[in-house]
Design a protein around this ligand. Sequence first.
Ligand code: NAD
Ligand code: IPM
Ligand code: MN
Length: 361
Amino acid sequence: GKLFKVAVLPGDGIGPEVMAEALRVLDAVEKRYDVTFERTHANVGGAGIDLEGRALPETTVNICKASDAILFGSVGGPKWETLPPDEQPERGALLPLRKIFGLYANLRPAIIFPSLTSASSLKEEVIAGGFDILVIRELTGGIYFSQPKGIEGEGRNRVGVDTMRYSVPEIERITHVAFQAARKRGKKVCSIDKANVLSSSVLWREIVINIAKEYPDVELSHMYVDNAAMQLVKWPKQFDVILCENMFGDILSDEAAMLTGSLGMLPSASLAEGTFGMYEPSGGSAPDIAGQGIANPIAQILSAGMMLRYSFGMVEAADAIDQAVAKVLDGGYRTRDIYQEKAGEKLVNTKEIGDAIIANL
Ligand code: NAD
Ligand code: IPM
Ligand code: MN
């Protein structure tokens, strides 16, 4: 059978709790398909700081380099928020991982499961019939990474500086990812920018228009990010693929997630050239509910499914995971974040919904 090496980085807060369920799903996939997932656990984020003295220990980077993919939980929390910014879990581990492995294409599919239409924060008539949005977020450029960056000067004279830069090749490659994805689905790309204000957006729009000429079968539209935030809650069905620079994609993907019922439902794939990728929930370490065993593990489980689909070419197993999740939701299983006290719903904890998903695989 096939063997894939997976670096397992659970991280902080609910990370380890939801990761445990995703790993049990991988165990179940091993039993049903002729495959072995050789897993190596490594510390990252606050766990890296506490156990090895830094957010991204060298051993962790090396384990990732020796793997076919990274399965990532989430990092961060109040305990580490007073450290110097570059030593904190987010800027000291998550962002460097994205950069080191060239993970420039972040795919965040916001799909509403039919049985969850009433869990969405939108009115049922707005989402009737469902929607299927793929947010494609540029992940290694823009305001997150550009120089100069930092706090300059002293005392009251200090100035906080961030810079948003995009080069032509950076815009080109993420635009190709968006159009190629659109080709395989609704054949529409909506490119998000702020070209009425930002120079990086003026260039972004110009390049997107150029690349679009190579995809005459895909319809291109443009939207300012403020309008896009509004249109998402007004009529999400108008969107197919949403193409964004890094920070706009961060913000709009959380918004899209909530339309599906909970941030705990939204997986993500961060892809490099080739088949290597990092797979993680779009949400964070949820310190408000960590340690209680009640977090929704579906985003983490669907992220593992995306790993099978995009890095390992295991489309059938990935589909089986998506279907098992849908069945469990149809069966009324709900973690607290998607529970609405309606007839037919069963309030369950992290492990119980994991059990149900595995039973339906
Ligand atoms: P968050 O995503 O952790 O939480 C936002 C809200 O969503 C909370 O109410 C939380 O309980 C809920 N939520 C998120 N995931 C859930 C799940 N699986 N099940 C049920 N409810 C869930 O965002 P935040 O509170 O802004 O950030 C908390 C920490 O996480 C910060 O340190 C932040 O930097 C970090 N963070 C990390 C990542 C990552 O590692 N990829 C992503 C986002 C935030
Ligand atoms: C995400 C998170 C990260 C981001 C943070 C934790 C650095 O919000 O993955 O969406 O902003 O990219
Ligand atoms: Mn985010």
